[in-house]
Design a protein around this ligand. Structure first.
Ligand code: PBG
Length: 361
């Protein structure tokens, strides 16, 4: 029996009905805020390619983390921008490295906030690649196995500083196992691993590389990050990381890989994170600046899509803004204008709209 008995529009009539019927709900509990820490003192400098975001020195990163905690975020994710870089990325595993300093400050000031650290060498190497370079078959390549030890050392130094979760993003084979063994050998059996298991060689990392000064000096990352064409391979990467001891898995970027998120959700039962990366954020900002879309509505729709696809954890540069708006009871995902709402014909009120509780047409 179909129409006229069945009328799906009944449950879309008012904002409250739509909220009640929503299958996906966003909460600050799911958000993780990425933070950039620069080796300096008393610095909070804006990042041009990531509007609303800053590079903080270790002594000031607490300010941002405090705001995140006050808005109900359970965790932050730290990236380091060291003062000096070298071929072996030694700043990544220096006991007094920039991330290690920041972790100590954060755990001191906000012991209950979960601190996740990005484990990779690309921000610390002078060539900008995620591991050691070596010549193989007459070509320069990122040398997998010797890199593992450095990644493991990095993870252990983060754990020693107090990190709760380490998140390897380098895409070397075997790094989760190497990190797990090293953590356990040093007594950090309770430090968890969030693996960037399905990390694609993506054009959407552009603004991040400016923020972290981590663009490769030559070549690209296709020899170690995943090919955007592959989804079955992503499941294989995730399976391998689970076997090696990953506690949580990540898909990155998020928006262009929702099918991978959905498949991962169905295949695995560990917490699944999605990283809405810098380019996904920057695109929405840039288009909104031109008046081409409604920034807040696009934020909610992009985050809802990622959650609907199966992500439990949303790592996003919108984390503070979204949490702030959810906390202040603003229009929220259910009340946000539909795409194109602004372009509605004259005299037609947009669905939802800034007034929130007004009925939809
Ligand atoms: C590398 C790393 C990158 C991002 C997170 N970790 C960049 C890269 O692989 O080139 C990208 C995050 C973003 O774009 O927001 N350690």
């Amino acid at each position: 029996m179909a129409f006229p008995v069945h009328r799906p529009r009944r449950l879309r009539r008012t904002p409250a009905l739509r909220r009640l019927a929503a299958e996906t709900r966003l909460s600050p509990d799911a958000f993780v805020l990425p933070l950039f820490v620069v080796e300096a003192e008393d610095v909070r400098e804006p990042i041009a390619s990531l509007p609303g975001h800053f590079r903080y020195s270790p002594d000031r990163v607490v300010e941002a983390a405090r705001e995140a905690a006050a808005l109900g975020l359970p965790a932050v994710l730290l990236f380091g921008v060291p003062a000096r870089k070298d071929a072996a990325g030694s700043g990544a595993y220096a006991e007094d490295g920039v991330v290690q300093q920041a972790v100590r400050r954060l755990k001191d000031a906000l012991p209950d906030l979960v601190v996740i650290t990005d484990v990779c060498l690309c921000e610390y190497t002078d060539h900008g690649h995620c591991g050691l370079l070596a010549e193989r078959r007459g070509r320069l390549t990122v040398d997998n196995d010797p890199t593992l030890e450095l990644l493991a050392r990095t993870a252990v130094s983060h754990a020693r500083a107090g990190a709760d979760i380490v998140a390897p993003s380098d895409m070397m084979d075997g790094r989760v196992g190497a990190i797990r063994r090293a953590l356990d050998a040093e007594g950090f059996t309770d430090v968890a691993i969030l693996s960037y298991a399905a990390k694609y060689a993506s054009a959407f990392y552009g603004p991040f590389r400016e923020a972290a000064e981590s663009a490769p000096a030559f070549g690209d990352r296709r020899g170690y990050q995943m090919d955007p064409a592959n989804a079955r391979e992503a499941l294989r990467e995730m399976r391998l990381d689970l076997e090696e001891g990953a506690d949580m898995l990540m898909v990155k970027p998020a928006g262009p890989y929702l099918d991978v998120l959905r498949a991962a959700r169905e295949a695995f039962d560990v917490p699944l994170a999605a990283y809405q990366v810098s380019g996904e954020y920057a695109m929405i900002h840039a288009a909104a600046e031109r008046g081409w879309l409604d920034r807040e509505a696009a934020m909610w729709e992009s985050l809802t899509g990622i959650a609907r696809a199966g992500a439990d954890i949303l790592i996003t540069y919108f984390a503070l803004e979204a949490a702030r708006r959810l906390q202040s009871g603003g229009r929220g995902p259910a009340g946000a204008g539909a795409p194109g709402a602004r372009a509605a014909a004259p005299g037609v009120s947009p669905a939802g709209g800034a007034e929130g509780e007004r009925d939809a047409p």
